[in-house]
Ligand binder design. Sequence first.
Ligand SMILES: NC(=[NH2+])NCCC[C@H](N)C(=O)O
Length: 409
Amino acid sequence: MSNIHVTSEIKTLKKVLLHRPGDELLNLTPDTLGELLFDDIPDLAEAQLEHDRFAQILRDNGVEVVYLEDLMAETLDAHPEIKEKFLDQWLEESGVHTAVYHKIIKDFLAKFKNNKELVLKTMAGITFSELGEIHTNFLVDRIETASHLLVNPMPNLYFTRDPFASVGNGAVINRMYSVTRNRETIYADYIFKYHPEFAGNVPDLYGRNNHFHIEGGDVLNVNEKLLFIGISQRTQAEAIQDLAMKMFYENEGNKIETILAFNIPNSRAFMHLDTVFTQIDTDAFTIHPGIMGTLQVFAITKDAAKHDVKIEEHTGKLEEILAKFMGLPKVRLFPCGAGDALAAEREQWNDGSNTLTIAPGKIIVYKRNYVTNKYLKENGFTVLELEASNLCVGRGGPRCMSMPLIRED
Ligand SMILES: NC(=[NH2+])NCCC[C@H](N)C(=O)O
């Protein structure tokens, strides 16, 4: 029996994975914002308060909250023999190839006796100055243009939606689009391989060493047999085709029969499908009107005779395509900004259409998106509002900040 079970976007959420933003946010500087995929530097203490409020809303609604840093620390506690391998891999993938640096960092990390502190340190990054006495004489640290960092931080970790995606009883462990986010998947990889609760029961449906990139923000579980995946800045069409082949032919336990691929504009504001489209009830979605002009929808199914996939483009009204594939008489779309074009752009930027559904019709949103929230309330949705203005400068909302591990059927 797997410890992952997700066959829906909306059914009652039972267990979710979060990461509480940590010191990695202190290692953001104006010069590194672009590379590290942030638009501003959040106030860490405020961001943590906001994140704790998010976790509390989830708990108050009966959801068990677990943290990535705890699962990874428990993994190392249970298997001390993999610690060296984990650290070597993390260093190698952090771009620390020289033996001298490698040794200095390993010596520095040896001070962290507690695995949770060690894990948090690997997430936060390492500056030259904190190496203190071990920090000897580095030319690279003396030049004017030097970065202050020996190991880069992973500031996007609190967007737990992206490094892997729960699908059915398995996990799509992703190859990420950006260098800065690629190391994030190491944690999921180790947790699913070695954590006592998950080891041996969570099949990897994709693989972090795959050539093509795909991220969890693009993957929507509609039902046991149907997935929606965005073709976006973060997810390549080739990755979807590859995933389809793996799901259709290599994973016995997987029940997916159809993948609807949504080609959305390639832009920073719409980096993943879930930034412009999320399911909020059995027959309802939020949508950013800005994607409608160029949207293309493809159905990918199994072509058993050819041991291949069959690809068909579907044109026409989006509501009708969705209703057809979901087996519903009708589907309702709720535009971000409630039909006001300016409000739509402003609120989409702050994740107005990035809702986390915790039960049919019950959603968590950022409070600041007044226009969209009011509209959703007027249409009968239960809207739980999270006050947050620091978390959103990382350009992600409640769905991005959560990875469901268990939902009811
Ligand atoms: N599922 C999401 N929409 N995640 C948002 C991730 C934001 C993050 N700063 C990035 O650019 O990767």
